[in-house]
Design a protein around this ligand. Structure first.
Ligand code: NAD
Ligand code: DAU
Length: 351
């Protein structure tokens, strides 16, 4: 009997890399990808593994309690790796309720369904919740987020993720459920939806459109290549003690303006443009409300306890990412049709 693991959000950016890793590396697992296929979900992201015999896909909205219960009755999963979420901060500012529904209610639906199906027998079971460093709020110019940093979310997105983390811990404490949580920094890499800074700028550089930089561009993020995040999830899923939390980060801080300038430089080389051409597209625009100044993860715990650390340098990861977008312009064209145009016009009306 294969062990069944439900991976939610497996048609999205990070989820697709996690699904690929688990389907490829664990032939003895049956991986069920559970995704509602919102604007951010795209089965093209996992086309290469869709015919593997240890893989199934279920189109389920995790806010739909009865659909979630039916799913759990059908598969009786031993593991859940939960990535499904509304993930974009700017969208959470215009539509917070959608974030409460998926990120909070959806998570609680999954917890309840797992609790019911496991019925107190937690041997060999695991509920791994994928969360973000944004729950910790914002840092000043110095310091790092550790696993014991107090929660202090500022955006509706981070508030909804913080709430879901609290529910996951509460189900661990109250019902003894075998939960683990990981809080990761900003990911980048192939299949990243072009509403987020790096793929948005790659798309706009290709199309000679303005590169919108919020505020003064001095906001700082810690960037991790998505394949390294998928490997960290694998390590934590298999090796962590129940109720553990691990921070995951890239040890790779960049101010947004420096990052975009670096991207412009590398894209000029790849596109055969004179150095400095793409940087002329940089445009400072109105700031994001509640914009967190700086995120930086201290990933010492996962390094010391589980032996995980990033394997891809930022130079390598950015080159792989740019090449992927240049070689997959059809993917970019498909995801930037229709609704994306409306979102873009509304979000960047001042550009
Ligand atoms: P994404 O937006 O690319 O993908 C989210 C996926 O969830 C999509 O496939 C979407 O269809 C699915 N989904 C959304 N609502 C759903 C619902 N109601 N029911 C079922 N499926 C639904 O997100 P991502 O960037 O891949 O992030 C994945 C997870 O990792 C999220 O929980 C996010 O909070 C977390 N995270 C992301 C980052 C990052 O830098 N992107 C960093 C740390 C943590
Ligand atoms: O830190 C982890 C988080 O990283 C994840 O939990 C989120 O799901 C993910 O979206 C990401 O959040 P950010 O808000 O940090 O990512 P984003 O790519 O939207 O923005 C990165 C930085 O760039 C941030 O300071 C805002 C800025 N920015 C973003 C966009 C889209 C701009 O200056 N211009 C833009 O057009």
């Amino acid at each position: 009997m294969k062990k069944t693991i439900l991976i939610t959000g497996g048609a999205g950016f990070i989820g697709s890399h996690v699904v690929r890793r688990f389907v490829t590396n664990y032939p003895n697992y049956h991986i069920v990808n559970v995704d509602a296929l919102t604007y951010a979900g795209n089965l093209e992201n996992i086309k290469d593994i869709e015919n593997k015999e240890n893989y199934s896909f279920e189109k389920v909205d995790i806010t739909d309690l009865s659909a979630v219960q039916t799913l759990f009755d059908k598969y009786k999963p031993e593991g859940i790796i939960h990535l499904a979420a509304e993930s974009h901060v700017d969208r959470s500012i215009s539509n917070p309720l959608e974030f409460v529904m998926t990120n909070v209610i959806g998570t609680v639906n999954l917890l309840n369904a797992a609790k019911t199906i496991w019925n107190g027998n937690y041997e060999g079971k695991r509920f791994h919740h994928i969360s973000t460093d944004e729950v910790y709020g914002a840092l000043g110019d110095t310091g790092f987020f550790t696993e014991t940093t107090k929660y202090d979310p500022h955006s509706p997105y981070s508030a909804s993720k913080a709430s879901s983390d609290h529910f996951v811990r509460a189900y661990g404490d109250t019902y003894g459920m075998p939960v683990v949580i990981t809080n990761c920094s900003n990911n980048y890499g192939p299949n990243h939806f072009p509403e987020k800074l790096i793929p948005l700028c790659i798309h706009n550089i290709i199309n000679n459109k303005p590169l919108p930089i919020y505020g003064d561009g001095k906001y700082t993020r810690d960037w991790l290549f998505v394949v390294d995040h998928a490997r960290a999830i694998d390590d934590v899923y298999h090796k962590a003690a129940n109720h553990a939390t691990y921070n995951i980060g890239g040890f790779n801080e960049w101010q947004n303006i420096d990052l975009v300038k670096e991207l412009c430089k590398q894209m000029d080389e790849k596109l055969g443009r004179a150095e400095g051409t793409s940087a002329q597209l940089i445009t400072f625009v109105k700031d994001r409300p509640g914009h967190d100044l700086r995120y930086a993860i201290d990933a010492t715990k996962i390094k010391e306890e589980l032996g995980w650390e990033p394997s891809v340098t930022f130079e390598q990861g950015l080159a792989i990412t740019i090449d992927w977008y240049l070689n997959n312009q059809e993917w970019l064209d498909n995801v930037t049709n229709g609704d994306y145009q409306k979102y873009y016009e509304k979000q960047y009306s001042l550009v």
